[in-house]
Design a protein around this ligand. Structure first.
Ligand SMILES: NC(=O)c1ccc[n+]([C@@H]2O[C@H](COP(=O)([O-])OP(=O)(O)OC[C@H]3O[C@@H](n4cnc5c(N)ncnc54)[C@H](OP(=O)(O)O)[C@@H]3O)[C@@H](O)[C@H]2O)c1
Length: 283
């Protein structure tokens, strides 16, 4: 094998679903700086104004996606990519998962707002192909998941736990997938069931706080990329674990790292803890 073809086989070809969206555009832009990953397919829904147009006219992506035309049919593009990166909406993600399952294509899913039935379908598809599903692709947030497990284990049942998140005004789901995952990590560590102990917002005569609950508070405002704080509060002291994202590039870089990683996995459902090697033996 020549040196040139050797280096080409190291290049991962990416299809980006939601290519004209905030995350899709950032992924295409981030790929410009990488030698071992190339965007070969840009997808949007059939009614999108970008369909048929070159991605170099995509707002925010002047020149970065040159040569790629936005298309609506993943099936037709099945031979043209190795990994699909999907940051869209749940219904679009599930359709794309079915196509990838049929063609044995790996998938990185960043879409949030998935129901437990949606996740079951993704788990099912993971029996035949490799899938990374993560509500937050940033290294910092994934480190926070590990820190939260430690904090919950040490602070135990004695501290009240509240999760506060803030995002931009366009976000469609609440609480964020990241906040919910933080709640799951803490609940699992404490032996609680999040569906039983979560309190989503408070209003009116709420009565005293039960120590068993995990509270969620949501802020939607302006252009906040994504802030999360978990507060562990007891009489006399308070521990807060916070993460603040200031650029979507951090999520895009994580998604691309996940894409490079998942091509090595024939099948199975993974998250960013797996990709980043943060999973502890008992988690
Ligand atoms: N995992 C992470 O690290 C992470 C980070 C950031 C965001 N997210 C999640 O990623 C998702 C997208 O976020 P975003 O801020 O990029 O949203 P966005 O700007 O609205 O982008 C979503 C894109 O998907 C398109 N779309 C909608 N339905 C589609 C379909 N059926 N097929 C193909 N494309 C479709 C949208 O088109 P229209 O504009 O015409 O609807 C839009 O271009 C959200 O669920 C968000 O919570 C995850």
């Amino acid at each position: 094998m020549s040196e040139e073809s050797q280096s080409r086989s190291d290049v991962t070809r990416i299809a980006v679903a939601g290519a004209a969206g905030r995350m899709g555009a950032t992924i295409i832009e981030t790929c410009r700086d990488l030698a071992d990953i190339v965007v070969t397919v840009a997808l949007e829904h059939p009614g999108h104004p970008m369909i048929g147009k070159s991605m170099d006219t995509c707002p925010g992506n002047i020149e970065t996606g040159k040569g790629i035309h936005c298309q609506a049919d993943l099936e037709l593009a099945a031979d043209d990519f190795d990994v699909l990166i999907d940051f869209t909406r749940p219904e679009a993600t599930l359709n794309n998962v079915e196509v990838c399952r049929r063609h044995g294509k790996r998938i990185v899913i960043g879409t949030t707002g998935l129901t437990s039935e949606d996740k079951d379908r993704i788990q099912d598809a993971a029996s035949v192909t490799g899938i990374v599903l993560a509500p937050n692709m940033s290294i910092g947030v994934n480190l926070c998941f590990t820190l939260l497990e430690t904090a919950a284990r040490i602070l135990g049942q004695e501290f009240d736990i509240e999760i506060i998140e803030a995002h931009h005004r366009h976000k469609l789901d609440a609480p964020s997938g990241t906040a919910l995952r933080m709640g799951e990590v803490i609940a699992d560590t404490l032996g609680r069931d999040l569906s039983q102990c979560a309190i989503y917002g408070r209003q009116g005569q709420t009565g005293e706080r039960s120590s068993e609950t995990i509270g969620f508070a949501t802020i939607r405002a302006g252009d906040i990329v994504g802030d999360h704080t978990v507060m562990f509060a007891a009489p006399g002291e308070r521990v807060e674990i916070s993460h603040k994202a200031s650029s979507r590039r951090t999520f895009a870089a994580g998604a691309l790292r996940a894409a490079k990683w998942i091509v090595q996995q024939p099948f199975g459902l993974f998250d960013m803890q797996d990709v980043l090697g943060l999973r502890t033996r008992d988690s």
